[in-house]
Design a protein around this ligand. Structure first.
Ligand code: PMP
Length: 354
């Protein structure tokens, strides 16, 4: 850090993205990207948009915002597109948390929430997950502040039932509940249908996972028109042109190819089920994942050593050092071929260990 860095950020620990080593060709199962390329229409529209990059993009993103609204069955005024869903999450921290309104989230969840809280200098309360890694809704309902819930949760993949989300929303109608649905398309139920009943609900989603567009950076928030108005105030005060032309075009193409996305999601879910069955046969224990990743541990293997042994064999998975989950690894569901390589490597590691 230079001596010029503002004191307010001196102790900020930034988010650590999944590693992207370039020293060799890895089987990359560590950042929950889609194993499938973006839709053909997305690619075609993005290259056409490249011809107009001398012009600023539409700050209101009208065409794509309307297309997202139509897909979700909500009004144009209820949607705000952002540069990945990380950006809408940060906007929500900026808009709905302050020294009197802490952020509240489970102790095991998406690691960026605590970073956003620190960046925005707002206090945060971590509610411990129950021993089975499910959210402790009773305790959460008794807290005060803005709730951030990844559903399915990361890195466990466990889905919180919609009735439980309603209970949190009803625990205090004067607090905002943000439901982060980055992984919702792999078998979980979306809370978008609850928006009509709960003006304190904000749902965020992303094009990075099910829609194969992690490299384009596109996400969105959906909520009441009033909430979207708040978040637009933040957007126009930070980066009015937050979605570039190529990303906007690719997003539109992806929505036009909805069946391609749906088929990819079905394939990921099938591969997840097959891989989990094979991991179970090797003795692995796993959570019930509704996401495009598997959260697994083995009674005879150390979590970190398994991660390192896989890396040595050219396979990247994600290991977290928090003691509650350090026995586990989070494995992105890739192609069938990638999963076969993973299973073979794990079988070998087990043989070498026991
Ligand atoms: N929420 C969760 C739970 C995530 O795991 C991620 C991906 N790292 C995001 C949000 C943000 O994804 P993106 O910014 O690519 O939309």
């Amino acid at each position: 850090m230079s001596r010029f860095m503002s004191e307010k950020f001196a102790s900020l620990t930034p988010y650590t993205p999944g590693e992207q080593p370039k020293n060799m060709q890895y089987v990359k199962l560590n950042t929950n990207e889609s194993p499938f390329p973006p839709s053909q229409t997305a690619q075609t529209l993005a290259s056409a948009a490249a011809k107009e990059l001398q012009l600023y993009p539409d700050p209101e993103c009208r065409t794509l915002t309307q297309a997202v609204a139509d897909t979700l069955g909500v009004d144009f005024s209820q949607v705000l597109l952002t540069n990945g869903s990380d950006e809408i999450l940060n906007f929500a921290f900026m808009a709905y948390c302050d020294e009197n309104t802490p952020a509240v989230f489970p102790n095991i969840t998406y690691g960026f929430y605590s970073v956003f809280a620190e960046l925005n200098r707002v206090p945060f309360v971590e509610v411990p997950l129950k021993p089975d890694f499910t959210v402790d809704v009773d305790t959460l309902c008794k807290t005060h502040g803005t709730v951030f819930l990844a559903n399915p949760n990361a890195p466990t993949g466990i889905e919180l039932a919609q009735s439980e989300i309603c209970r949190i929303l009803e625990s205090d109608p004067n607090r905002i509940v943000v439901v982060d649905e980055a992984y919702v398309d792999f078998g979980a139920q979306s809370a978008v249908a609850l928006l009509e009943r709960y003006p304190n609900l904000l749902v965020t989603q992303t094009f990075s996972k099910s829609r194969s567009m992690a490299g384009a950076r596109l996400g969105f928030g959906v909520g009441s028109a009033d909430l979207i108005c708040d978040l637009n105030t933040i957007k126009y005060s930070t980066n009015p042109y937050n979605i570039n032309r190529m990303t906007m075009a690719a997003g539109l193409g992806t929505l036009q190819d909805a069946e391609y996305t749906a088929q990819n999601c079905r394939t990921v879910m099938e591969t997840r089920a097959e891989t989990m069955a094979q991991l179970a046969a090797l003795g692995f224990e796993m959570t019930e994942s509704k996401a495009n990743f598997i959260f697994a541990r083995h009674p005879k293997l150390d979590g970190e050593r398994t991660y390192l042994a896989l890396k040595e064999k050219g396979i990247l998975v994600r290991h977290f050092t928090k003691p509650e989950i350090s026995a586990y690894n989070r494995i992105t569901v890739g192609t069938r071929e990638q999963m076969d390589l993973l299973l073979a490597a794990l079988a070998q590691i087990l043989e070498e260990t026991v």
